[in-house]
Design a protein around this ligand. Sequence first.
Ligand code: FES
Length: 68
Amino acid sequence: MEQNKKRVSAILNLIDKGPLKVEGNFTISGPDGKAFELDSANEAFLCVCGHSAKKPFCDGSHKKTFIK
Ligand code: FES
């Protein structure tokens, strides 16, 4: 771990037929290393179905794609 990185702690919860919920003190960054702005400081929902139009975040598209 690099010295200048902030300490993070997060809980990851894979929601049944839904996104990956991340809660805690964390940052999500893209391949360029730039952090995404989050709607909530302590919570994010990441797309795991691959159908979101706003990846890496869930936009609810999984509701149309996951079989119930
Ligand atoms: S998991 Fe919600 S859009 Fe992919």
